[in-house]
Design a protein around this ligand. Structure first.
Ligand code: PLP
Length: 286
């Protein structure tokens, strides 16, 4: 049975889904996206993803394709129609398809393009990597300067992932002005004693929805949270490291640039935060 996707108000089999060659998402990466995890058939952190989508659209003067209620209904309909128990829903909004390619935004504006699809990932929360930990390498951060907007310009993060693979690692941590910004598709953390250290928010990183929840749970569990820059050297002397994202939740990092972090095994803080995050987000899922 083929997957049912959503395109501009209609539900169609993926083979029949169509977007114009003039779509500005395709021609100019003029689009934003969100990825929401599905656990037990329910949407994780959905209000957070919706709020960040609204912010991304506003920062780019892009029209909204649907109301919050409609977007929730579309997510739920796709989860149901595709029988997703564990997995994710991808949503993309672009500035639409004007009659001709032009750098200027279309005037008058054309309707935004809205696309959503699901990916099934049975056992998403039981990833074997959570037990072994992942390895990362450092690379220069060569992305544009508005990483707080979740745009579909993902070429450099894709290149970063390939640079990591070429070195036999799972992912890359990006470094700018001597300090770590974030992972290619996740926020980066180190743990020192009782302190969890992660880059402060600003245009240089994406404000992760998982980050916000994990930092809240850490504070509630009396852990100390330091939102500040850290270097690769500091990370190499940390007790633990981990990353967070909607689809990996809290994932331990055990090696950086070929050297072990702490004991070179997933640490207790990352394990505990993963457990709390999964428990709380399952409870709050919609
Ligand atoms: N940072 C970047 C660059 C990302 O691409 C992502 C997720 O795709 C994140 C951080 C984590 O954000 P979230 O927790 O909202 O998935």
């Amino acid at each position: 049975m083929s997957r049912i996707v959503h395109v501009n108000g209609t539900y169609v089999p993926e083979e029949e889904a169509r977007v114009s060659v003039f779509d500005r998402g395709f021609l100019m990466a003029d689009g934003v996206y969100e990825v929401t995890s599905v656990l037990g058939g329910k949407l994780v952190d959905f209000p957070g993803h919706l709020a960040r989508l609204r912010r991304s659209l506003a920062e780019l003067d892009m029209a909204s394709p649907a109301t919050d209620d409609d977007l929730l209904a579309i997510h739920r309909e796709l989860v149901a129609r595709n029988g997703i128990t564990d997995g994710m829903v991808y949503l993309q909004v672009t500035r639409g398809a004007p009659p001709d390619r032009d750098f200027a935004y279309p005037n008058p504006p054309v309707p935004p393009t809205l696309v959503l699809f699901t990916q099934s990932k049975p056992g998403l929360a039981d990833s074997p990597m959570a037990k072994t930990g992942m390895t990362v390498v450092s690379i220069p951060d060569q992305r544009w300067a508005r990483r707080d907007i979740k745009t579909v310009q993902l070429l450099y993060p894709s290149m970063g992932k390939m640079m990591a693979k070429a070195q036999g690692a799972d992912d890359a941590w990006m470094v700018e002005d001597g300090v770590v910004t974030e992972g290619t598709s996740n926020n980066a953390y180190i743990v020192k004693g009782n302190a969890i250290i992660t880059r402060d928010l600003g245009p240089h990183i994406l404000s992760g929805i998982t980050r916000a929840a994990v930092l809240r749970f850490a504070r509630e569990s009396q852990m100390q949270v330091e939102e500040r820059p850290f270097t690769i050297e500091e990370a190499l002397t940390a007790d633990e490291a981990f990353v967070t994202s909607a689809t990996t939740f809290v994932m331990p990092v055990v090696r950086l640039d070929g050297q072990p972090i702490g004991a070179g095994r997933p640490g207790p803080v990352a394990a505990r935060l993963r457990e709390i995050y999964l428990e709380e987000s399952r409870k709050a899922a919609v």
